[in-house]
Design a protein around this ligand. Structure first.
Ligand code: AKG
Ligand code: FE2
Length: 285
């Protein structure tokens, strides 16, 4: 197994390992350490069935069944389909072919998800790159007065308001009452401490972060925008250009991501699992 840095702060490439095969405890420990330390790990040239993806994900933690059931794989509810493919006129996957705005996965849950793993099955010839921003490096770079402004503050996440906002364009995003009960408006710390390293990250997900707790949405915007200037600095971003067979995994404690649009006549199909923190680390601190 070979582990190689992709950029100075974010991203490692791990080769010489077949993720369909049993992974020794030693190799697994090395993978987990490299992934967490570098926040994003890329495993090129894999060929995973859904069960392989699930087995790999389960090594890291309990798999999360995504609250939005519309795009669960037909075979396994732990797997979500990310695709623009349609069957009988209906989308089989989430996100279509458009841009996916900067976000942190499931940040709107009372217990946001830990890591996400994507396997690229069909990749378009152009577009569809996924960008990862290093939120620990971004926090480090923030000036002291900005750090002081967000210290101790919480940001309220709302998937309900997100769904309503996007509702007209994306009726498929609507969630039922039971799903909304599992995903109520949830406040999380704006500065998040990593449960493994103790490092601090600026933790704001623009797609679902509604407001600072106790502030209005409108009053929160200027500070959100100020944070984003630090969170999206180009030298703190790893842009992943996909090849068929890539497995890419990221730590949602220390990164956010976005995706470029791609031409709608091209096909993109990825399989996705996400896994939870150990029980005592599930509430962000
Ligand atoms: O389509 C992509 O590359 C990213 C999808 C995404 O945001 C996710 O799976 O959480
Ligand atoms: Fe995502």
């Amino acid at each position: 197994m070979h582990i190689r840095r992709i950029t100075p702060t974010i991203g490692v490439e791990i080769t010489g390992i077949d993720l369909t095969q049993p992974i020794s405890d030693t190799d697994f420990a090395a993978i987990k350490e490299a992934w967490l330390a570098h926040k994003v790990a890329v495993f090129p040239a894999q060929n995973l069935a859904e069960k392989d993806l699930m087995r790999f994900g389960e090594r890291f933690g309990e798999l999360e069944i995504h609250v939005r059931s519309t795009y669960h794989s037909r075979e396994n509810k732990e797997v979500m389909v990310v695709s623009n493919l349609k069957q009988d006129g209906k989308a089989i996957g989430v996100l279509g072919d458009g841009e996916a705005q900067w976000h942190i996965d499931q940040s709107y849950m009372p217990q946001p998800t830990f890591g996400t793993i994507l396997f690229g099955e069909k990749i378009p010839e152009e577009g569809g790159d996924t960008w990862f921003a290093d939120l620990v490096a971004a926090y480090d770079r923030m000036p002291a007065d900005l750090k002081a402004k967000v210290a101790g503050k919480r940001i309220v996440y709302s998937v309900d308001r997100h769904n309503r906002r996007e509702g007209a364009k994306r009726p498929d995003l609507q969630m039922n009452a039971e799903q909304l009960k599992r995903a109520p408006d949830s406040p999380h710390p704006a500065v998040r401490t990593h449960p493994v390293f103790g490092s601090k990250a600026i933790w704001y997900s623009p797609s679902h972060g509604a407001e600072f707790e106790g502030w209005t949405e409108e009053a929160s915007q200027p500070l959100f925008q100020e944070l984003l200037q630090y969170m999206t600095q180009e030298d703190l971003i790893y842009k992943h250009h996909w090849n068929v067979g890539d497995v890419v995994m990221w730590d949602n404690t220390s990164t956010m991501h976005r995706r470029d649009p791609f031409p709608s006549h091209m096909t993109r199909l990825l399989k996705r699992v996400s896994f939870r923190y150990p029980p005592d680390q599930r509430i962000p601190a």
